[in-house]
Ligand binder design. Structure first.
Ligand code: MN
Length: 289
């Protein structure tokens, strides 16, 4: 059994742009980069209901370098554009896997349709580090549509799991990753009781988005709480009383120094200064209005 090392409760929320009321459930600067590697940050946006609005809400163009951003939309719809030439809609159940790599400029907004109608918004943005050897990889973008994300039934009536990245008992997710990573999206029924096998040696984080779960028979985790598990050992047990929505993140740690500032995550302060200069010099490209 993987031991529970720590649990984290939700901090106060904040806004990202005017479109995303988030709670930061995971933060490498707060929790220690080595403890959570290869994961860097997890912002949980909503659930929040937006009225119809004519200025479209969101975050205007900004850069990233040195890592990947993964956006999972659960309710609502987003529209994205970036300097790799990619763009498009991210709807309910879809995932956008963006590799900032050497550098990208992008914008993230509510879609026009969602802004006009209003409604509930719920999504997660996860930042995943790249090893030093891949921080200079060209920017790239993967659209993982709901229908291309395989689903695995859990037990007789425990619920189901979506394999976004990595694999679960041989069912392989569609995301291409630079290091070994599992991103499992779990929807559990009331009274579920399951063992989840997680690779030994991986950093493992259980994120409760909705519901209350009993983890390893010892800790109770509520919505917007997270548990960090030991790298040793393989399984965890999860029990629910009511319906729950969880994310299980696991990954091989990247044992390298981490230097981060805002939208840049590199290995040294010199590389951060270089990123700031390169962005100012327009080397990340330009997004046309
Ligand atoms: Mn961004």
């Amino acid at each position: 059994m993987k031991q529970i090392l720590t649990t984290y409760s939700p901090p106060h929320g904040h806004w990202v742009g005017d479109g995303f009321p988030v709670r930061t459930l995971l933060s490498y600067s707060r929790m220690g980069a080595a403890n959570v590697s290869p994961f860097l940050l997890l912002d949980y946006a909503g659930p929040a209901v937006f009225p119809p609005s004519s200025p479209i809400r969101g975050v205007g163009q900004h850069p990233h370098r040195g890592f990947e951003t993964v956006t999972l939309v659960y309710q609502g719809e987003l529209e994205h554009r970036d300097t790799s030439g990619a763009g498009g809609l991210i709807g309910e159940g879809d995932v956008q896997w963006m590799t900032a790599g050497a550098g990208i400029v992008h914008e993230e907004f509510h879609s026009r349709r969602f802004a006009e109608r209003g409604g509930p918004l719920e999504m997660v943005q996860l930042w995943i580090n790249l090893p030093a050897r891949d921080k200079g990889t060209p920017a790239a973008y993967q659209t993982l549509l709901r229908n291309n994300i395989p689903t695995v039934t859990l037990g007789d009536s425990d619920g189901y799991l979506r394999v976004v990245a990595g694999d679960y008992l041989g069912v392989v997710g569609p995301a291409r990753t630079f290091t070994a990573i599992n991103v499992w999206d779990l929807y559990l029924e009331p009274g579920a009781k399951l063992d989840l096998p997680i690779p030994a040696g991986h950093t493992a984080l259980l994120v409760v988005l909705m519901g209350t779960v009993h983890l390893n028979g010892s800790e109770v985790l509520r919505d917007a709480e997270l548990a960090r598990l030991a790298r040793e050992g393989k399984d965890i047990t999860i029990e629910t009383n009511n319906r729950a929505h969880l994310l299980l993140l696991s990954g091989e740690p990247i044992n390298e120094p981490v230097a981060g500032q805002g939208p840049f995550v590199m290995n040294t302060q010199e590389e951060i200064q270089q990123a700031i200069m390169d962005f100012r010099d327009g080397k990340f490209g330009v997004l046309n209005p």
